[in-house]
Design a protein around this ligand. Sequence first.
Ligand code: S3P
Length: 457
Amino acid sequence: MSAAPTHPAPGHSHGHAPASPLTARKSAALSGSLRPPGDKSISHRALIMGLLAVGETMIEGLLEGDDVLRTAQACRDLGARVERLGPGRWRVDGAGLGTLATPTRTMDFGNAGTGTRLMMGVVGGHGITASFDGDASLRKRPMRRILDPLTLMGAEVVSEAEGGRVPVTLKGASDPTPIEYRTPVPSAQLKSAVLLAGLNSPGRTTVIETEASRDHTEKMLAYFGAQITSEPHGEHGRRIVLEGRPTLRARPVIVPADPSSAAFALVAALIVPGSEVTIEGLMMNPLRVGLLDSLMEMGADIEVLDRRIEGGEDVADLRVRHRALKGADIPAARAPAMIDEYPILAVAAAFASGETRMRGLNELRVKESDRLAAVADGLTACGVKNRIEGDDLIVQGAKSVPGGSTVATHLDHRIAMSFLVMGLASEQPVTIDDANMIATSFPTFRPAMERLGAVFG
Ligand code: S3P
C-alpha cells in the first residue's frame, strides 16, 4: 500500500495557512494533452456509497484533492475502513446502511460544501449524533437549506452557529419520516442530502426540483442497487422517487475526468493565441456541460472526439483551438449545468468581442466565496469592464486585457484558477493572493498547465 496523501490535522482548518501568492504570465501558444483529475462530485459520492454499501467498494481515479480526502476521513469516522491502494485507487469497506458508528470527534470538512451537505444527509437519516465544522469559507455558507428538510424527516439540530452555519451538531432520525420535498433552490447537494437521509427511511422519499441539477447521486444509488426513478417534471425539472431501506451492494466505481477542472485548460486554449490542446476522458453528462454550449455559442473551436461510455458515464476527448470569441447571452435555465463554471466563463468573456450577459447567478453568492462579487472585483482589478444587474453579470469583452494586478481569491479555488488563466493571455501578469485552495479540487493544476506551456511564477 502506498502512503496516503497528507491530510490536514482535524481542527486546523479554521487557522490560516500562510497565503501563497502565485503569478501567471503571458504565455506562448499552449499545446499537448491533459487528462483532468477525477470528478469531485462523483468522488465524494463514491466514498459515501462505499460507506453505506455492504462489501468492498473499489474506486479508480478518485480525486485526491483536500475536499475529497475530508470525506474519506468522515467515512472512517462513521465506521468504514477506507484505504488508499495507489494513485487514485481506493477501497472502502462499508459500515452498511443503518449501522453507522457515532463519530468520536467533530468531522472537519475543511472547504468542502459538498462533503458537509451530503454527510449531513447521511447522519440525518441515522440514529447517531455528529458534529460538522470547516474552514472560514465553509463557516459562512448556508446550511439551513439542508437542515430544514432533515428536520422534517425527524432529525434534530442540537446546535448550530448563527444563521444556520457550521459548526453544527446534528442528531439523526433512526426511522426517518418519508417526505415529498420540493427544493426551494436548484441544488444537487440539497437533493442528495434528502435522498441520502431517505435511504434509511421505512417509506418512499420524493424530491421535486423545478430546474434539474446534476444527477450523480441518483445514478450511483441505482448502480448500487437502490430502487430509484427520475421523471421529467415541468419544463426543466425532475421528480425523483426513492424506495427506502434498499440493500446496497458494493460495486466498482471508475471516476471520469472532471469537466469543472477541465474548464480551465479549455478556456486557456481558447484565449492564448495559437493554442491547440486535447482534453482526455472528459465526462459529458448533459447536466454538467453547460459551459461547452456557452463557449460554442461564443464561437469556440471545440471538436468532440471519440464519444464513449466509461464507468457508466458518457465521456469524450475534446480538441480545442484558439479562436476569436464573441459575446453571448447565457440563459438562466443553463445555470445548474454550469454553476461552477461562471468564473472561468467570465474570463473567456473578457477576451470576447462585445458583451456577454450571464443571467440568473443568485446561487453564485453562496459558493466557496460570494463568487459573483469575487468575479466582478477580479475583472475590475484586471481592467475588464463589467457590471452586476440584479442576478446578472455583464462582461464587456475587449481584444486585449490589461491585467497587472493582484486578485483576491477569498479561499475560493475556482476564483484562483480562473484568474491565473486570465494572466496567461493578459498584457501584464495577474497575481492571485493565495494559491493554497487550488488543492481542494485540482492539486496538479500548476504542473498540468505548465506541461501545456503555461508560465507561472
Ligand atoms: C455539487 C453541487 C453544486 C456545485 C458543487 C458540487 C455536488 O452545488 O456547485 O461544486 O457535487 O452536488 P449546489 O448543489 O449548491 O448547487
